[in-house]
Design a protein around this ligand. Structure first.
Ligand SMILES: Cc1cc2nc3c(=O)[nH]c(=O)nc-3n(C[C@H](O)[C@H](O)[C@H](O)COP(=O)(O)OP(=O)(O)OC[C@H]3O[C@@H](n4cnc5c(N)ncnc54)[C@H](O)[C@@H]3O)c2cc1C
Length: 383
């Protein structure tokens, strides 16, 4: 049986009241505005909530993996799109801290942890994000730096980020797994991140295109070894799936709280809505599913900390949690009746945000490919 320590329960409580005080009162207006909340992001950094850690442990990080998912879940309960922006930011910051040159670390990592810099992770291209190796972006070493050309789609934090980690293929090798990662500052000449993709939800996490047109970066911007980023990307995809799970659970929790509040404070035909089992039973099912997803998330976070191989486990968890979140949010909207159709109310916002979680960081179909791949590989005698 998995149990949080007293310290972890205290952290959860601290985050819950932080969100009630600092985020929920702003969340509705922020959703209408559609802007990235840079002040809030800086405050979160100043509070230490960006000093997170996932699979590969960054020396000196304030929070371990389990504590990090608690923080992400609780912040997403206030504003899911804030959690969506934090996910690639923290991944990039930790990647540079662990695999970047010392000079690059100094330029980026401290400011990122404090929330003074915002990072984006650019892998997906127009040919289809489900194939993480379907990369046409190129990087060529020209004697004193790397020149990048290509176009990345659906990039979280595009237009708001101060820098991106870009996956590219260097001309040295054409093998499909030979991918390299580069840090590209957003103000590098030739980088254009001005095109935003308007989406149905996650309004405060800008998503857009990052174009690289003869974009030259210094030699120290190669993160990790040339042609050897495939292993890092696999770990980052797993981390991203754990992050999306935390977001799904926080979003579902938020929707359930709205459903409980609305149904217990609203009367129909002389009774509160919650006195009808047709309303209170769906709320019980919400609790059941959130409880199962959260308990499993803690378990998988503990597996991350032990550096276990987790691809199938985290894919199963992300699949369950993101689909569960969509179902819980839909049910919360239903309980609100016509009120649930009002744009920008909290349940409706959660419902729109939830749909994105079934697609980003490995869609539900891709998660099933990962799980079935492992099961059939084991059947054929693999480990
Ligand atoms: C909100 C949001 C934020 C994102 N942020 C980032 C980011 O920061 N960085 C980044 O690099 N990318 C990002 N992405 C892109 C994301 O990773 C891709 O959208 C995702 O991987 C799916 O790729 P695609 O949209 O190109 O769909 P496609 O790969 O074109 O797939 C289309 C559909 O086909 C299904 N499908 C694909 N292959 C198979 C198959 N073999 N079998 C069965 N079904 C299949 C998919 O599940 C999907 O339903 C983001 C996307 C969203 C929605």
């Amino acid at each position: 049986m998995f149990q949080l320590t007293e310290q972890q329960k205290q952290l959860q409580k601290e985050l819950r009241s932080y969100v009630d005080r600092e985020i929920l009162p702003l969340a509705g207006d922020l959703d209408v505005s559609g802007v990235f909340p840079s002040d809030l992001f800086r405050r979160i950094g100043a509070a230490g909530y960006l000093d997170l850690n996932f699979y590969h442990q960054r020396p000196g990080a304030k929070y371990n993996c389990l504590e990090s998912v608690i923080i992400l879940e609780e912040l997403a309960r206030g504003l899911p799109s804030l959690g969506l922006s934090m996910s690639p930011h923290v991944q990039c910051q930790n990647l540079i801290a662990l695999h970047g040159a010392d000079s690059l670390k100094k330029r980026v990592v401290p400011g990122a942890i404090r929330g003074e810099q915002l990072l984006g992770f650019a892998i997906s291209e127009a040919s289809g994000g489900s194939d993480a190796l379907g990369i046409d972006t190129t990087a060529v070493f020209d004697g004193d730096g790397w020149v990048l050309n290509g176009e990345k789609c659906w990039i979280t934090n595009a237009g708001a980020a101060t820098g991106y980690i870009v996956a590219a293929k260097s001309a040295v090798s054409e093998r499909s797994r030979d991918v390299s990662l580069f840090y590209v500052a957003a103000d590098t000449p030739g980088l254009d991140d001005s095109e935003r993709a308007p989406l149905i939800g996650m309004n405060n996490s800008p998503t857009g295109t990052v174009r690289l047109d003869n974009c030259k970066v210094p030699a120290d911007c190669l993160v990790g070894r040339e042609n050897a980023a495939y292993g890092l990307i696999k770990v980052l995809l797993n981390e991203g799936r754990l992050d999306m799970t935390a977001l799904a659970i926080g979003t579902a929790q938020s929707a359930m709280e709205c459903a409980i509040r609305y149904s217990s404070s609203t009367g129909r035909y002389g009774r509160s809505l919650s006195s009808y089992q047709g309303i209170s039973f769906p709320v019980s099912r919400m609790y059941e599913k959130i409880f199962v997803a959260r308990s499993t998330m803690y378990h998988v976070a503990a597996l991350f900390e032990s550096q276990a191989r987790v691809s199938a486990e985290v894919a199963a968890l992300k699949l369950f949690a993101s689909e569960m979140c969509l179902e819980v949010c839909r049910s919360a909207v239903q309980i609100h009746g016509a009120q649930g159709m009002k744009l920008h109310n909290r349940a409706e916002r959660c419902f729109r945000d939830a749909q994105m979680l079934t697609i980003s960081e490995g869609s539900s179909e891709v998660c099933q490919i990962v799980i079935s791949g492992k099961l059939y590989h084991a059947e054929q005698g693999g480990s």
